[in-house]
Design a protein around this ligand. Structure first.
Ligand code: ZN
Length: 113
C-alpha cells in the first residue's frame, strides 16, 4: 500500500522584540530575537521617527553587525496607517507582514514608542 510522504510544515521561529536604549547621543535600537532551534539569533535596527503629519512612521536602519534577512538592504521605513503597520522591506511587500512592522507595533503596544 502506497504511503503518502510525510507533510512537513515549516514552522517559523518565534520572534521577540525589545527596545534597547542607545548610547548617549545615539538613537535607540529595536532588538529582534529569532528563537531558532540552535539558539537565539539577534538583529538590531536604529529607530528614528520620521516627520510628517500623514501617519506615524519610523526609519529602521540596521546596526553595523546586522545583516538581517536581506543583506543588500540597510534601512526600511515602517508606517502605521489606521492601526495597520506596513514596511518597505521585500518581506512586507510580498507577504504583508515582517519583523520590522511587528517589532514597531509591539514596542508601541508596550508604550515604548
Ligand atoms: Zn520589514
Amino acid at each position: 500500500m502506497p504511503t503518502s510522504p510525510a507533510t512537513r510544515s515549516r514552522v517559523k521561529p518565534r520572534l521577540s522584540f525589545r527596545l534597547v536604549p542607545g548610547l548617549p547621543g545615539e538613537k535607540p535600537l529595536l532588538e529582534v530575537c529569532e528563537h531558532k532551534k540552535k539558539g537565539p539569533v539577534f538583529a538590531w535596527y536604529y529607530l528614528s521617527p520620521l516627520g510628517g503629519a500623514y501617519a506615524p512612521a519610523w526609519a529602521l536602519t540596521k546596526s553595523a553587525c546586522t545583516d538581517g534577512t536581506d543583506p543588500t538592504e540597510r534601512s526600511y521605513e515602517v508606517l502605521c496607517e489606521g492601526g495597520v503597520y506596513s514596511c518597505t522591506c521585500k518581506g512586507s511587500v510580498r507577504h504583508g507582514h515582517c519583523r520590522h512592522a511587528s517589532g514597531v507595533e509591539q514596542l508601541r503596544k508596550d508604550g515604548l514608542l
